[in-house]
Design a protein around this ligand. Structure first.
Ligand code: GCU
Length: 615
C-alpha cells in the first residue's frame, strides 16, 4: 500500500500558500531582470539594429498568451521559421512576414495600422562576435507603450512607458555568429497607464526610437552627473556611478580644453563624488551655447561626453540663468516629424523643429508632453535653446493608485537618468492640466520630491489649469506650493470668449513665484483666409496672438511663455473634415512647413521684445 506521507499542518499550509502564489513566483522568476538606465548611451560606440524588421500584427496577442490567457514560456516566436516536421501548424512565420522600419511608428507606415492599437511582433537577425570580459546591452530609445524582448528565444526584458530609453542586458543570451531578436510592442492605452486613456496626441505605436547593441566592460559607468556649482562659480561638481565598481576604485574626469582633471574613489555605493576646479570656464547660455569635451573614465571604461555648464535657479519671482534674470521666449513642441509626420526621431527632425524655434526668436522650448529623444536634446544643447522636459502625467491619471505613482517615478528615473547632463534642460515638468484633487496633489508632490532627489540642480514645474470668475482668471491650484516655477495654460479667445476678451482679462495669482504661460493659442488651417472674427482662418489665430501680449504684460510674475504650438500635430481628438483631418491645427506652422500669419506676429514680438519682461 502506498504510504501516505502525512505532512504537519504548518507544512501543508505553507504548501497550499506556495501553490497559490506559485504562478506569481514563477512569473517573477521567469521575469527578465529590470532594464537599467544608461546616462549618455548615445555617446557610446554601438551596433545599430535600425532598419527593416519582420513584423506580425497580433491583435489578440495570441503569440504571448494562451487561449486561457496564460503567458506562454515557449511560444511560437521561438520557432520563428517553420521547421519541417513541426508538431504544430506554424501560423506565425517571420520569414514570410512583411517588414516595418525601425525606428518609426507603425501608424504612418501602413494605412491598415493608422488607427491600430494593440500588439505587433518584430523580429530581425544579426550577427555578433562576443568579446572577452565584455557585457552587452540592448539599448532601446523608446518603445510605445509596453514592450517585451527576447534574444535567441531567451526573454531579456520587459518595459512599460513609451517615451524613455532603457537597456536590457543580453550578455548571456547572445552568441557568436547568427542571432535573432524578437520584440513585442503593444501601444494599447490603459487606465492605469502613464499617460492614461485620454491624450490630445496620436498614440504612435512601435519601436519609435533607435535600437542598438552597446558593449561595456564587466564594470562600467552607468550614470553620471556633472554640473556647475551654484555656490562656487569655478567648481564643477557631481558624481559618477560605476555598475559593479569596487569601493576605492578610481574614477577620472577630464576637460582637456580647460586643462582640468580630477580623480576620485568609489564609495561603498559605487558612486565617486566629483569636484573639478575650472578657472576659465565659458558658461553655456542661449547666446553662447558652449559645449566642452569631457572624458569620464573608470577602469577599462570611458565615455567621451559633450557637456555645457551653467547654473539655473529662482530668486523671488525671477528665473536666474548664470545668476542673471532671464525671460523665456518660447514655443511648445510635440515630437511630430515635420513633413512626413509620425514620431520624430532623427537629427534632421530635431534640426528642422528647433531651427523653426530659433527663426521665431526663441531662447526656450517646451518639449511636450513626454520626454523627447536624445537627438532633440543634443540639438538644443548645440543650438542654445533652454528646455522644459515633461513627464507624461497628463490629465486624469489614477492618482490614488500606488502602481501608477511607481510608473511615473520609473519614467522620471529614466528621463532624468538618461538626460541629466544636458545644459539646455532647466525645467523638469511633473504634469500637465491635472484635476485639482487631494489625491492628485499628493501624487505630484511625491513625484516632485522624487525628481528633486534625483536632480537638485534644476527647477521643478508643471502646467496647471486656471479657474475664472468673470473677467478675472485665478491661479491658486494648491499644487503650486510644490513647484519652483508655475506653468499655466489658458485659451482665452479660443475655448472661451473671443480674441478681444484678453484685453479686459485680469489675473489673480496666489503665488510669488516665477510664472510661465505654458499654453495659449488657437487653431487655423494654413492657407485658409477670411475675417479676423472667422474661426479656423489664419487671421483669427493671428488676432488671438495680438490680443494676448497686452494681457500677458500685465502679469507681474510672468517670466516665460511657450504658446501652443510650433507645428500642427496629429491627434485622434481633431476630426473636423477639411480643416483638422486628425490634426490639431494650433501650430504656427503646418505639418508641411507653411508658416501661418501668427508665426510672424509672435516672431516680431520676440525680436522687438514687446512681450515679456525685458532682462
Ligand atoms: C491642452 C493640452 C494640450 C492640448 C491643447 C489643445 O491645454 O495641454 O495637450 O493639445 O490643450 O486643446 O489643443
Amino acid at each position: 500500500m502506498k504510504r501516505l506521507t502525512v505532512l504537519p499542518n504548518a507544512l501543508v499550509a505553507r504548501g497550499i500558500v506556495l501553490a497559490a502564489i506559485a504562478p506569481a513566483l514563477l512569473a517573477i522568476c521567469n521575469a527578465a531582470p529590470a532594464p537599467i538606465v544608461l546616462t549618455g548611451a548615445d555617446r557610446r560606440p554601438a551596433t545599430s539594429l535600425n532598419g527593416d524588421w519582420a513584423a506580425i500584427v497580433d491583435p489578440y496577442f495570441s503569440g504571448l498568451f494562451s487561449f486561457h490567457h496564460e503567458e506562454k514560456k515557449n511560444g511560437w516566436f521561438l520557432n520563428r521559421k517553420a521547421q519541417p516536421g513541426d508538431p504544430f501548424p506554424t501560423e506565425y512565420d517571420f520569414s514570410k512576414a512583411p517588414t516595418l522600419k525601425v525606428p518609426a511608428d507603425w501608424n504612418t507606415q501602413r494605412e491598415s495600422l493608422f488607427f491600430y492599437e494593440g500588439p505587433v511582433w518584430y523580429e530581425r537577425d544579426f550577427t555578433y562576435q562576443p568579446k572577452e570580459h565584455t557585457r552587452v546591452f540592448l539599448h532601446v530609445g523608446a518603445a510605445n507603450y509596453h514592450s517585451w524582448f527576447w534574444v535567441n528565444g531567451q526573454k531579456v526584458c520587459e518595459h512599460e512607458g513609451g517615451y524613455t530609453s532603457f537597456n536590457c542586458e543580453v550578455t548571456a543570451a547572445i552568441h557568436a555568429g547568427g542571432n535573432f531578436i524578437v520584440a513585442a510592442v503593444d501601444n494599447t492605452r490603459h487606465e492605469d497607464g502613464v499617460p492614461t486613456l485620454e491624450t490630445d496626441w496620436w498614440n504612435y505605436g512601435g519601436l519609435t526610437r533607435s535600437v542598438s547593441l552597446i558593449e561595456v566592460p564587466e564594470t562600467f559607468i552607468d550614470q553620471y552627473d556633472l554640473h556647475l556649482s551654484r555656490a562656487e562659480s569655478n567648481i564643477i561638481e557631481g558624481w559618477v556611478h560605476v555598475e559593479g565598481g569596487k569601493q576605492g576604485a578610481k574614477v577620472e574626469v577630464e576637460i582637456p580644453e580647460l586643462d582640468a582633471k580630477t580623480a576620485a574613489a568609489l564609495s561603498e555605493n559605487g558612486r565617486a563624488a566629483i569636484r573639478l576646479d575650472v578657472k576659465s570656464l565659458e558658461r553655456w547660455s542661449p547666446e553662447t551655447p558652449k559645449l566642452y569635451k569631457v572624458r569620464i573614465s573608470a577602469g577599462k571604461d570611458f565615455i567621451e561626453e559633450e557637456i555645457g555648464f551653467r547654473t539655473v535657479e529662482t530668486h523671488g519671482t525671477e528665473i536666474l540663468l548664470n545668476g542673471k534674470p532671464i525671460f523665456l521666449r518660447g514655443i511648445s513642441i510635440h515630437a511630430e516629424a515635420p513633413y512626413r509626420t509620425g514620431r520624430a526621431n532623427t537629427d534632421q527632425d530635431a534640426e528642422t523643429l528647433l531651427g523653426w524655434a530659433k527663426e521665431l526668436g526663441c531662447n526656450f522650448v517646451r518639449l511636450a508632453h513626454y520626454p523627447h529623444d536624445e537627438t532633440m536634446l543634443r540639438a538644443a544643447d548645440r543650438m542654445g535653446l533652454l528646455v522644459w522636459s515633461e513627464n507624461p502625467v497628463y490629465w486624469a491619471l489614477q492618482f490614488d493608485n500606488p502602481k501608477v505613482l511607481a510608473k511615473a517615478e520609473q519614467q522620471l528615473d529614466e528621463e532624468i537618468g538618461t538626460s541629466r547632463n544636458h545644459a539646455a534642460i532647466i525645467l523638469w515638468s511633473m504634469a500637465n492640466e491635472t484635476p485639482n484633487t487631494e489625491a492628485r496633489t499628493r501624487f505630484i508632490e511625491t513625484e516632485a520630491a522624487h525628481a528633486r532627489e534625483l536632480d537638485p540642480t534644476r527647477l521643478i514645474t508643471a502646467a496647471l489649469l486656471v479657474r475664472g470668475e468673470g473677467h478675472t482668471k485665478i491661479i491658486d491650484d494648491p499644487l503650486g506650493k510644490a513647484l519652483d516655477v508655475i506653468g499655466f495654460n489658458e485659451y482665452i479667445g479660443w475655448y472661451e470668449g473671443n480674441p478681444e476678451s484678453a484685453d479686459t482679462t485680469e489675473w489673480r495669482i496666489e503665488y510669488q513665484k516665477p510664472l510661465i504661460v505654458s499654453e495659449f493659442g488657437g487653431g487655423a488651417k494654413a492657407g485658409l483666409h477670411g475675417e479676423e472674427n472667422q474661426r479656423w482662418t489664419e487671421e483669427y489665430q493671428a488676432s488671438i496672438y495680438r490680443h494676448q501680449f497686452g494681457m500677458l504684460n500685465r502679469i507681474p510674475q510672468l517670466r516665460g511663455m511657450s504658446p501652443w504650438i510650433l507645428m500642427d500635430f496629429r491627434s485622434p481628438n481633431r476630426p473636423l473634415t477639411g480643416i483638422q483631418d486628425e490634426f490639431n491645427r494650433k501650430g504656427l506652422i503646418s505639418d508641411q512647413g507653411q508658416k501661418k500669419q501668427a508665426f510672424f506676429i509672435l516672431q516680431k514680438a520676440y525680436k522687438e521684445k514687446t512681450v515679456g519682461k525685458p532682462e
